[in-house]
Design a binder for this molecule. Sequence first.
Ligand code: NAP
Length: 235
Amino acid sequence: MGAYQYIPVENQENLAEVLNILPKIGYVGVNVTVPYKNLAFEVIKELGFEISEDAQILGAVNTINFKEKTATNTDPYGFSKIFKPHEDNHILIIGAGGVASSVALACDGSNITITNRTPEKAENIAEKFMCDIYHGELSKLDLSNFDAIINATSLGMNGEILPLNYKTLQKNTICIDTIYNPITTPFLIHSKEKGCKIINGAMMLIHQGAKSFEKWTGITPNIQTAQKLMKEFII
Ligand code: NAP
């Protein structure tokens, strides 16, 4: 028997305290989410935990195991379960937050172009993963040469349309949205209308969560059961 609970952290100062207290009151491990993944990495490093290679590259953790004193980031794994690019693929990543970094790591080795509203953040990721940067207006970018386009921004969570030049989108381009709620964003709807294969963020979420569960319990959860449960909670 076990339970998975939501524990709000009020502010940055509280995080170290929370991560110190939880194992003392019986918690086996935690997931850490935005905006604390980078800070949790620093706290856990300070505490001498063994940090996985992916998490070290990203400087961010989303899964901590208190018992084993280990920490990892299962987001790149989750993304790699929904999409694995070929080396010669040209990939466009839109966004430069935590998820965009995980996507860049999962696509490392391919030819990546990154673009973001705040260019400095795109520059950091580009430097780390040797990506090209598109600095211009997103709506003016010619999409015809990309094998895959990945939305790693939050644009689409509230019905916003990713402002792309959809006229240039080719039907052999795979369009991926990391957003899982709603399950189909305007970006995916427009891409489907152009005949593209579309992938939403639901399976990425399930796989990263399943990997976290495995890290805490040693049990590999049934992905189909998780998928069924997710459908009940997300309309
Ligand atoms: P984050 O670190 O806060 O990054 C947010 C990104 O969205 C930044 O690039 C930000 O640009 C961009 N953005 C936000 N509002 C924008 C706007 N109005 N116009 C243009 N760009 C905008 O968040 P994150 O953790 O990377 O999460 C990003 C998305 O990934 C979330 O919406 C969430 O749905 C999804 N997600 C999916 C999974 C999964 O497992 N499938 C897991 C976590 C998150 P700036 O840098 O300019 O602010």
